[in-house]
Design a protein around this ligand. Structure first.
Ligand code: FES
Ligand code: FES
Length: 158
């Protein structure tokens, strides 16, 4: 099977890659670029563990063929962490301080979705109901969501 050349900007760094037609953006991020903060869960678009920002919009990277992301700007959890001070993003701090994770498997995708939600929903104060609805595509098996919602509310509303 022949590969296809693509270019990507990932966390502000440019890459030229050769990808198989069936490889997903998730495959490229984890296997070609070693960005294993983006987790692989269902590979069906159902769990949100693989959420990244593609051209400033959140997407499940398991559903994006790498060839279709040619030329795109991608941000992963690794890029979010260094975006402001080189330290944790405020959402990461809030998740830590609130104990909003247990096994941590869902956490990178949860935080990437949360970061997008802060931009997607301009109203402040941001309501718990709005966060719950916007976060419906991100599944957590451990926490019961309460601490996750509290962490996002803290960052959104101060
Ligand atoms: S691994 Fe992509 S949504 Fe579950
Ligand atoms: S912390 Fe374990 S799945 Fe969310």
């Amino acid at each position: 099977m022949s590969n296809h050349p693509i270019t990507l900007t990932v966390n502000k760094s440019p890459y030229s890659l050769s990808v198989a037609a069936h490889h997903t953006l998730l495959d490229v991020l984890r296997d070609d670029l070693g960005l294993t903060g983006t987790n692989e869960g269902c590979r069906m678009g159902d769990c949100g563990a693989c959420t990244v920002h593609l051209n400033q919009l959140r997407v499940p990277s398991c559903l994006v063929l790498a060839v279709n992301a040619d030329g795109a700007d991608v941000q992963t959890i690794e890029g979010l962490a260094g975006e402001t001070t080189g330290e944790h993003h405020p959402l990461q701090e809030a998740f830590i301080n609130r104990g909003a994770l247990q096994c941590g498997f869902c956490t990178p995708g949860m935080i990437m979705s949360a970061a997008a939600i802060l931009d997607e929903i301009p109203e402040r104060p941001l309501s718990e109901a709005a966060i719950r609805e916007a976060l419906a595509g991100n599944l957590c098996r451990c926490t019961g969501y309460a601490k996750i919602i509290e962490a996002i509310l803290e960052v959104a509303n101060g």
